[in-house]
Design a protein around this ligand. Sequence first.
Ligand code: NAP
Length: 299
Amino acid sequence: MDNQINGKLVSDILYTELSNYLSNQTKEVNIVDISVGNDFGGFMYSKMKQKKITSKTGMKFESIHFEKIDKDELEEYIKYLNKAKATGIMLQLPLPSPLNKYEREILDLINPNKDIDGLTSVSAGKLITNSDTFIPCTALGIEVLLKTYNVNLTGKKVAIVNRSNIVGKPLTMLMLKNDATPIICHSKTKELYKITRNSDIVIAALNKKEFITEDYIKKGAVVIDVGVHKNEAGKTVGDVAFKEVSKKASLITPPTGGVGPMTICMLAYNSAKSVYGSEINEVLDTGIQKAKKCLNKAV
Ligand code: NAP
């Protein structure tokens, strides 16, 4: 369908750009991704990211899993990584109980220069004040997709259905930076459909299977679906009822190959940025321009 946003294609072009840049550099990018607990979901996701990023860019990526670890040990490990040769450090969230009570404290031990997930208070503060920083990967990936598809954000109403630190809050800042008017919604928002139906762009990340139906969307809106679920038939679906909403949307991300590949690709860019600094912003901009050209040719 020609209104589908192809995050897989865009991410492939961006990986090529990054990989070409890195092939002319000498310093090593070294990522360490920590997961904790006996639910291995975080570890499996980490292995998936590892496979993608190492094969696409040649960066070093270690997935470290602790089935059991206490607060002091985890803190010591992060402090060790801050001094060791890891250039980027990530911690899979949510942490299991009782560590989850100390999530902020633990995250803030990560050296902000190695905070490739953009989740420390320092990175969040810099984002609010428009300083160059690590931006949480899903939010950054969505901004990049909108730019690549030439979605004009100036003065546009953007309904963001999520207020988490990894999606809704950073996206709000990015939308403001792009002169849009973000409206942040959450579980206590009343009459959500009235807000979304009045919005030019709807970003759904409410973690509820196919919740956003066509009644929530105005004709011609741009719809970005962040949710990932399996339906009864084992098929991947999102927070948006794709089949019906795609008939109304001018542009829409599909449940697979939309936001997901962009999240991992932005992690690769953030990881490179931990070593090469703001030069990587230029590599990303060049990649976006190349992806735009490629999409124009495909139309
Ligand atoms: P989360 O912390 O559970 O956030 C869900 C948000 O939706 C919360 O702000 C919640 O409001 C809001 N919400 C829940 N029910 C609602 C309702 N009926 N109406 C309006 N708002 C409602 O999840 P997250 O960690 O931010 O992630 C969001 C989703 O994105 C998850 O499905 C996750 O798996 C997915 N995800 C996908 C990617 C990707 O790359 N595709 C990356 C990251 C996350 P309250 O704050 O009031 O609870």
